[in-house]
Design a protein around this ligand. Structure first.
Ligand code: E4P
Length: 217
């Protein structure tokens, strides 16, 4: 299972990259806005830090303009993955770009039928939004399960990139279902390492070690 981080905060990306656990980065216009930085500059900087795919989203709604925006974005670095919305124009753009060997992440997926279309358009990644689905009274994890079933039925190569994950249990359930990739905010990824009994055990070991009066170094 691959781990992507969902942020445009370069300090957070550097910190996670240093763990050796990071496989890629996803961004979106909201995260770029939050970073307060210029879109093209921040994508270039992220691509210099992370070797894996870095999703950069087009903002146009029509195919022709999406292609023009993608042309600028993919020139930034070899690991730029063009993010397109799940619309007919987005799918058309996906088909054209993947046909030219560019990685594409189809985003804002909220149904298994949409995911089926993205796979047929040759998407590298499909991004079903689990948290936003839940927020609206739907079952986000059921969506991941349905897409897994359909992609396995037809051996589609498109990777399921579970997005909009809000907490560690989302990550756990996506791993059980067999999502290929998860993307989550830095805080959620860091939370995965935490357990109250790990902290308690460390405190007890530290206290007993101190009583031995020994040092290793
Ligand atoms: C994924 O690529 C999206 O950027 C992201 O996961 C959206 O998450 P949100 O619903 O928390 O904004």
């Amino acid at each position: 299972m691959k781990f992507f981080v969902d942020t445009a905060d370069i300090a957070e990306i550097r910190e996670l990259e240093a763990t050796g656990l990071l496989d890629g980065v996803t961004t979106n216009p909201t995260l770029i806005h939050k970073s307060g930085r210029k879109f093209l500059e921040v994508i270039e900087e992220i691509c210099g830090v992370v070797d894996g795919p870095v999703s950069a989203e087009v903002v146009a709604l029509d195919h022709e303009t999406m292609m023009k925006e993608a042309e600028i974005l993919r020139k930034i670095a070899d690991n730029v993955c063009i993010k397109v919305p799940l619309t007919i124009d987005g799918l058309k753009t996906c088909k054209a770009l993947t046909g030219e060997g560019t990685q594409v992440n189809v985003t804002l997926c909220f149904s298994a039928n949409q995911a089926l279309l993205a796979a047929k358009a040759g998407a590298t990644f499909i991004s079903p939004f689990v948290g936003r689905h839940d927020d609206n009274g739907f079952d986000g994890l059921q969506l991941i399960e349905d897409i897994r079933l359909i992609y396995d039925n037809y051996s589609f190569k498109t990777e399921i990139l579970a997005a909009s994950l809000r907490h560690p249990i989302h990550v756990l359930d996506c791993a059980k279902i067999g999502a290929d990739v998860i993307t989550a905010p830095p805080a959620v990824i860091k939370m995965l390492s935490k357990h109250v009994l790990t902290d308690k055990g460390l405190d007890a070991f530290a206290a007993d070690w101190a009583k031995t009066g020994q040092t290793i170094l």
